[in-house]
Design a protein around this ligand. Structure first.
Ligand code: APR
Length: 244
């Protein structure tokens, strides 16, 4: 792409980008939080109270992820990077579909379901190539392993890094998130003053903060439509939301 600096796209993704791959979102009427209570499966208190239940919940998430395949939206972002754009993905998702599509710069804000980690030392992480975590599985320090996910009430250790990445964006693309969870949602405030921001989500009209261009479309349609524009022109810009 010549000698000019590579356009830098920063992408914030949420559960909606993986919906068309068959992974349930959280806050839909048939979403995960309709069937499971956060307090019973996604807090440190739940883990201490009933670790087996928490492990069962994440076993099911892991199996769903293993069965899923990247969809057109994941693939379009990877293809943009392969064409020479700088594409930094900050995902709230614990699946590995961005990586499997071929994206190389992916930061998982809320952890990764295909990793276990020590319950005493978060630096001790272990890939889960098959199976899951059982009670009695321990880290190198002898403590029980837990899913490497950030639970409600826990700090988000990689948030500072994510802010630094967002601050370097030439354009921020937000895909498939209800923007209901902090601090992830506040990444929209971290981009430079004149940096355009677009949201692709079937509910974008209801969710997008002022100043954000809305594409009321599923990710599998909206994201490839945008990346086609960018690939054609070799630059990042915001097309008319209706131009498809
Ligand atoms: N394409 C794009 N977006 C979609 C699609 C689709 N095909 N289908 C649904 N969506 C949108 C919904 O309209 C909604 O805005 O995806 C969004 C999903 O929102 P949530 O379920 O709230 O998921 P998310 O924003 O990722 O949640 C953030 O909450 O519980 C936690 O830790 C969990 O990382 C998660 C965080």
């Amino acid at each position: 792409m010549g000698e000019s600096p590579r356009p830098h796209l920063v992408v914030l993704t949420g559960a909606g980008i993986s919906a068309e791959s068959g992974i349930q979102t959280f806050r839909a009427s048939d979403g995960l939080w309709a069937d499971h209570s956060v307090e019973e499966v996604a807090t440190l208190e739940a883990w201490h109270r009933d670790p087996e239940r928490v492990l069962r919940f994440y076993d099911a998430r892991r199996e769903q992820v293993r069965r899923a395949r990247p969809n057109a939206a994941h693939r379009a972002l990877a293809a943009l990077e392969a064409q020479g754009f700088r594409v930094s993905i900050i995902t709230q998702n614990i699946d590995d579909l961005h990586e499997r599509a071929g994206s190389r710069d992916v930061l998982h804000l809320h952890g990764e379901i295909l990793q276990a980690r020590s319950s005493v030392d978060p630096r001790l992480r272990y890939p889960l190539r098959r199976g899951g975590i059982r009670l009695g599985d321990v880290c190198d320090k002898g403590s029980q392993l837990r899913p490497d996910v950030v639970w409600f009430g826990e700090s988000v250790p990689r948030f500072g890094e994510a802010c630094e990445i967002a601050a370097e964006a030439d354009l921020l693309l937000v895909v498939g998130t209800s923007l209901a969870v902090m601090p992830a949602a506040s990444l929209l405030d971290q981009v430079g003053m004149d940096v355009p921001c677009v949201l692709v989500d079937p509910e974008a009209h209801a969710l997008a903060p002022p100043g954000v261009t809305r594409f009321d479309q599923p990710a599998g349609k909206g994201v490839p439509a945008l990346t086609r524009h960018w690939q054609r022109e070799g630059r990042l810009w915001v097309p008319d939301p209706l131009s498809g």
